[in-house]
Design a protein around this ligand. Structure first.
Ligand code: UTP
Length: 499
């Protein structure tokens, strides 16, 4: 047998002897990555420090590669398929603002308050998103949209919950002479990107006046981001870029956190689920809850009419003739369909955009949980992803909360007015729409109308279209009970009206 030959450059022995070649990547792991076409994750292995190599190995070992591969392949495949035929939602399937009578509204309001006072309603906040378009490093709920009070979105929501609790307690004591009323439990879904900061924000603000044990945080899962050819995007040379698995991740997160059991134990029957980024969101809306109970639906959603054909909102549609209700995202709706007009009403055919859901999850969640794991259908959301080459366009794999809608035994849509309930905070100031500035003006305009209707007056040193007054949610939920505070008084805008 020949001895292996070794050529030694005597001049460089001192340095080369000290540098041993980098260890090879763990072969079994590399082979597994190759099976799924993801071996590029180890592309920069030779340049990593020992700690970084350990980090990368753990990062990859923590991924359920067969499941992720299935998800990626299914998502790309379904993206390439033509969208199944869709039908507009018939007008008669929507409870529209026009057809609602005063008596109905009052009845629903009272029914809702009664259920709330008995502790049957929980609210569930979807707050796991990364808010990339807004560009804030903190979770969106911590964002201050510049209202006179300087309140964050979380604080506005917490105070609306407090207000509804008070209204429910008052309604019970008027009805029964006793004051016993339950509080509203608040479930907050975070993700590894928002969890720590969100919890600390609530602690440092003393839960905005709520009881600490009235709030439960839970985390949704994450999934790797992929490039247009389906390969993992590397955030650093030793870390795969990941993102939360979409707001539809709420179903499996509820399941894994055993929160359905928690809800059952608390006697919760209805779950009002909403997104963090609507400054006018009516959290725990008694009228909507009353409608929902009255209708006997398993899931319902509030909808607003789409403002214009290209508005970037998902719309409710029927899948096929008479098929179930579902949401088609704006990115998935053909532009000719987006602008198609209903000849008899003169309105857009696909006009019911969603405000996220308020629905009875207890059943829908379980149904969709099984569906998620048998069908594995995710949406490819094209977004900016942090990568070793700076921000790059790629796909986040997301499930949408509405994906479960077709599986609910019965569904209902409830129209609300956008000027009363829809002030989205999606993009940074300077963009053309859905910014903190536009949301602030929508809040000020609505609250100014409430104050004037309650007999108040305004003075202002900037044009009224650019300012207004803010009403603390602790004073009023929908403009009610403001006369005692406002009648005959003059307020100098901008200002907050509080107790
Ligand atoms: P968006 O679809 O607007 O996403 O979320 P986003 O992450 O907030 O913002 P961008 O797209 O990165 O700019 C709508 C709602 O769904 C929640 C968000 O927190 C928001 O309330 N969401 C979104 C989750 O809870 N989890 C997710 O994985 C995604």
């Amino acid at each position: 047998m020949r001895e292996p030959t070794m050529v030694v450059d005597m001049d460089s022995t001192a340095t080369s002897a000290a540098v041993s070649p980098p260890p090879l990547p763990p072969q079994a792991l590399l082979e597994r990555l190759k099976d799924y076409g993801q071996e590029d994750a180890f592309a920069l292995w030779d340049e990593l420090s020992p700690e970084e190599r350990d980090f990368l190995v753990k990062d990859i070992e923590n991924l359920d590669l067969p499941r992720i591969d299935r998800i990626v392949r299914c998502s790309f495949r379904s993206q390439a398929l033509p969208v199944a035929a869709i039908e507009p939602v018939p007008e008669q399937n929507v409870s529209s603002v026009e057809e609602r009578t005063m008596e109905e509204r009052e009845r629903w309001w009272n029914m809702g308050l009664k259920a709330i006072s008995k502790g049957k309603l929980a609210v569930l906040l979807l707050s796991g998103g990364q808010g990339t378009r807004l560009g804030s490093s903190d979770p969106k709920g911590c964002f201050n949209i510049g209202l006179p009070s300087g309140k964050s979105l979380f604080q506005l929501q917490a105070e609306r919950i407090l207000c509804v609790q008070r209204l429910a307690a008052q309604a019970t004591s008027e009805g029964t002479g006793s004051g016993g009323s339950e509080s509203i439990h608040w479930y907050i879904m975070t993700s590894p990107f928002t969890d720590d900061t969100t919890r600390k924000f609530f602690e440092s603000h003393k839960y905005f006046g709520l009881e600490a044990d009235q709030v439960t945080f839970f985390q949704q899962g994450t999934i790797p981001c992929v490039s247009k050819d389906g390969r993992f995007v590397m955030e650093t040379p030793y870390k795969v870029a990941k993102s939360p698995d979409g707001n539809g991740g709420v179903y499996s997160a509820l399941k894994y956190s055993k929160l359905l059991e928690d809800m059952a134990m608390r006697g919760i029957k209805y779950v009002d689920c909403y997104g963090v980024d609507n400054a006018l969101v009516r959290v725990a809306d008694p009228t909507f809850l009353g409608y929902f109970i009255d209708k006997g639906a398993a899931a319902a959603a509030k909808v607003v009419r789409k403002a214009y054909p290209q508005e970037k909102v998902g719309v409710f549609v029927r899948r096929g003739k008479g098929g179930p209700l579902t949401v088609v995202e704006y990115s998935e709706l053909d532009s000719s369909l987006a602008s198609a007009i209903n000849q008899s009403t003169g309105r857009l055919r696909f006009c019911w955009s969603n405000l996220l859901v308020d629905d009875n999850f207890l059943l829908a969640a379980i149904v969709s949980y099984y569906w998620i794991f048998t069908r594995v259908s995710y949406h490819l959301a094209e977004k900016k992803i942090p990568s070793i080459h700076g921000y790059t366009m790629g796909y986040k794999l997301e499930q949408f909360i509405f994906d479960a809608f077709p599986y609910a035994p019965s569904t209902a849509l409830f129209e609300v007015l956008r000027e009363e309930e829809f002030a989205p905070v999606k993009n940074a100031n300077g963009s053309n729409y859905d910014t903190p500035d536009s949301a602030r003006l929508l809040v000020l305009r609505l609250h100014t109308r409430w104050v004037v209707a309650a007999g108040g007056f305004l003075t202002h040193s900037v044009p009224l279209y650019a300012t207004g007054v803010e009403v603390s949610p602790l004073c009023s939920y929908t403009g009610e009970n403001l006369e005692a505070i406002c009648r005959g008084r003059t307020f100098h805008a901008p200002c907050e009206i509080a107790f």
